[in-house]
Design a protein around this ligand. Sequence first.
Ligand SMILES: *[C@@H]1O[C@H](CO)[C@@H](O)[C@H](O)[C@H]1NC(C)=O
Ligand SMILES: *[C@@H]1O[C@H](CO)[C@@H](O)[C@H](O)[C@H]1NC(C)=O
Ligand SMILES: *[C@@H]1O[C@H](CO)[C@@H](O)[C@H](O)[C@H]1NC(C)=O
Ligand SMILES: *[C@@H]1O[C@H](CO)[C@@H](O)[C@H](O)[C@H]1NC(C)=O
Ligand SMILES: *[C@@H]1O[C@H](CO)[C@@H](O)[C@H](O)[C@H]1NC(C)=O
Ligand SMILES: *[C@@H]1O[C@H](CO)[C@@H](O)[C@H](O)[C@H]1NC(C)=O
Ligand SMILES: *[C@@H]1O[C@H](CO)[C@@H](O)[C@H](O)[C@H]1NC(C)=O
Length: 532
Amino acid sequence: MNVPAVMLLIHLTHIHLKALETSWVEGGVRCPLGQFPCGNTSECLPQVLQCNGHKDCPNGADERQCGDNIGWADLFARTLQKTNPVDQYFLNECLLQEFPESCDCIQTDVECVEVSLQDVPSLSPNVTWLSLRSNEIRVLSDFVFSEYSALERLFLQNNSLHFISKHAFSSLHNLKRLFLSENLISFLSPGVFGDLNQLEWLMLDHNPLSSLSQDTFTGLQSLMYLSMVNTSLQQLPHPSFCQHMPALDWLDLEGNQIQTLNYSILKTCSKLEVLLLIDNRIRTIPENTFQSLWKLAELDLSRNRIRELPKNTFKSLSKSLLKLNISHNPLLRIHPSHFHHLTHLQSLALEGIEIADIQTKVFLPMKNLSHIYFKKFQYCSYAPHVRSCKPNTDGISSFEDLLANMVLRVSVWVMALITCFGNLFVIGMRSLIRAENNLHAACIKVLCCADCLMGVYLFFVGVSDVKFRGQYNRNALLWMESAECRTIGFLAMLSSEVSVLLLTYLTLEKFLVIVFPFRNLRPGKFQTGKNC
Ligand SMILES: *[C@@H]1O[C@H](CO)[C@@H](O)[C@H](O)[C@H]1NC(C)=O
Ligand SMILES: *[C@@H]1O[C@H](CO)[C@@H](O)[C@H](O)[C@H]1NC(C)=O
Ligand SMILES: *[C@@H]1O[C@H](CO)[C@@H](O)[C@H](O)[C@H]1NC(C)=O
Ligand SMILES: *[C@@H]1O[C@H](CO)[C@@H](O)[C@H](O)[C@H]1NC(C)=O
Ligand SMILES: *[C@@H]1O[C@H](CO)[C@@H](O)[C@H](O)[C@H]1NC(C)=O
Ligand SMILES: *[C@@H]1O[C@H](CO)[C@@H](O)[C@H](O)[C@H]1NC(C)=O
Ligand SMILES: *[C@@H]1O[C@H](CO)[C@@H](O)[C@H](O)[C@H]1NC(C)=O
């Protein structure tokens, strides 16, 4: 149990909280920094009660607008709205002359789901929507769709596709969305998508692709959304990934084995708005990597192996980035200038990252930040201007700030008791036994008293721990400001200073006695020493 450390912590927290007591204005309502108004009322509630799943404002405003839809969720909703006009005709009639019996047909849409098809069935040429999901198709041979040039959406997920011939998709000039997820595709010939000039979505998730060349994507000049989750990719095609996909807006590469990312790979991806690289093996990110991505709004680098980030990595994204996730990386250090430029950022996730030298100035430049995610609850107090900070108190005894665990809590009480009773006992015994050296006896009594004060201090720390358990943060400011806190702080300080001084005095005296034994020989000296 390190008494001075606990003391120091209390005082540092105290100083820190004091420093944050500047005013905070939002929507005309004045709240102290670290607090946020209850909707349009003048009531203020601390950060920790915002979005904690419990209504604390009388009007419940603290639980409103808590969802973090920043980034792709928002963009996706907008994209869908744009490209998905509500169908005006509720016509269930089939407009095709020919389609397999096992399939369903509505207007020009054909659905053949889980019907054990082994080949692409023959259909009328004006089919626009074809789902062959969950069948047993193994091979797509050349020109297999060449008659269906009216096709706009083609679903081939969850088949056993392992070979796609180079001209399989030829003449699908109107295709907008192509789903090839959950197959066994390990190779895509260069130019296989060459005719898909209108393609906007391409889903290749869960295929054992492992490698790709830049020419695989030739012809995809309208592609906006490319999803390659869990495709065992070791490397992004280089020298430049988006060379044939100039409109690429959204790239999902979650769950691959990508190790390098650099400027030249992303150079041509200047339209990119969402880049997801979750769960890869990226170790380093050169400073200029994102320099060409001037539209990037969401960047997710979580669950990689990044140990160090150059200071200006995100600098070029300062005008665009709204959401950044670098959680679960073994980052050694978070430098203030990492986020310095990200003034538009609204959501920042730093889960699972130990921030040794956390400072308020790291987060303050991000004025528009509304969601922040940390490893520890206690970091939240360093971002008091952010409304929603996770984790909040739920499930955590928040006094853990001071008494981090059970061992610490128990030791506070044990030490308090031992210190108090031990010292009282010594004082009592000393008073009973006739002292031979009065000065010395007095010294030791004072020393005991001082020590006793430390016991009292610990006792109070323990009591306030129990008192504020589970809601420490709510009371932290009040407690730090209170007279009791200051008084016991003073007692602790007094105790240690008196102890140090007295011990110095006693040690010095003893030293002199040993060095000059005869000059200072007095009866009783060594006897006294035994009791010390
Ligand atoms: C707050 O807003 C609600 C509706 O959003 C309104 O009914 C109410 O009058 C407002 N209260 C004040 C004090 O402006
Ligand atoms: C489908 O194509 C056939 C001939 O190719 C044509 O007669 C028919 O009108 C078309 N139907 C629709 C709904 O376009
Ligand atoms: C994949 O297809 C099989 C049948 O072919 C089906 O049993 C299974 O549920 C499908 N899986 C998914 C995720 O659709
Ligand atoms: C990744 O894809 C492979 C097939 O390529 C599949 O066996 C595996 O279950 C997938 N993993 C996850 C986490 O989806
Ligand atoms: C970028 O990464 C690729 C793939 O690892 C590598 O071949 C290329 O040399 C790198 N470029 C630079 C400028 O480091
Ligand atoms: C950040 O990434 C982690 C790990 O991939 C994920 O669990 C978390 O939900 C992400 N946070 C946000 C805000 O997207
Ligand atoms: C912060 O958000 C507000 C409202 O959403 C917006 O008007 C303002 O421009 C943003 N500021 C910055 C620096 O992004």
